[in-house]
Design a protein around this ligand. Sequence first.
Ligand code: PHE
Length: 326
Amino acid sequence: MSGLNKIIINLKKEISSINNIKKLNIFKVKYLGKKGYISSQFLLLKKLTKQEKIKKSIIINNVKKQIKELIKKQKNKLEFNDIKFQVLNKKIDISLPGRYIKIGNQHPITIVINDIEKFFIKLGFKITASQEIEDIYHNFDALNISENHPARTEQDTFWLNKKYLLRTQTSNMQIRIMKILNPPIRILTSGKVYRNDYDKKHTPMFHQIEGLLIDNKINFLKLKGILSLFLKYFFKKKFKIRFRPSYFPFTEPSLEVDIMRENNKWIEVLGAGMVHPNVLSNNINLLNYSGCAFGIGVERLAMLRYNIHDIRLFFENDIRFIKQFK
Ligand code: PHE
């Protein structure tokens, strides 16, 4: 044991003269490294008998532990000295106030999505997610959007390659849902969609909520009823609502809903329609079932509810803006 004590005393001496982290690392490698002192001691054990091996390895492990502790202590000491040096030499101004991490707030878009989902859950809709990276088939082809439709051009769509793109609409979920579920279907999806647009009213990424309802007695009247109820629920106050005939390749007939703003101007808030037979026939028996679908622009509704005039405010992440919403 006296030999062991000697080693430790020598190590203590050696380490106490180390005055920077770099040298301390060299010391560490010398004693604890793969080819260091401790490893070489373990190698020597090979020649010993089993009894001696056990005895000696306990001692070596003990030394190893002590070396580790010495290194840790010296490291703390060096770091402390370093801070002390910096403080004394005024490299750190300890009189500066600390940095506070501001507590965030639920984003207005999240608040609006949650609120809309709450309404549709009450009507029996189930919430599901769908992918943002989509293939041409689910975003366009299967939705009856012809090959020369302007939406397919590079100006309007972010293409990843010839086959994949960032979805331009949450309608991409329609086919996926029809393929995995049997009617009756009541599904709602919310999420990000992407279009190559940027101004006061458009951002390249925005949010939509898509509803799909397939059952044996779905008709246009039902769709209009659901949408009127929803808008009444969402805005709490009475807005004038207008259903306007429209066109989407994947619904027939199609409509858009406008609401009247305080300045007596109509503004479009959602698109909807009866699911087109070409789309529905993907996996649904047309003799027994019909369906309707709607797509809600989340930012549009949020802007109307909170009286916001520039959509870009939503994505600047200015906490003073975001904090205003509950
Ligand atoms: N996907 C359409 C759009 O982005 C909206 C829509 C959804 C229309 C479902 C009809 C049915 O404009």
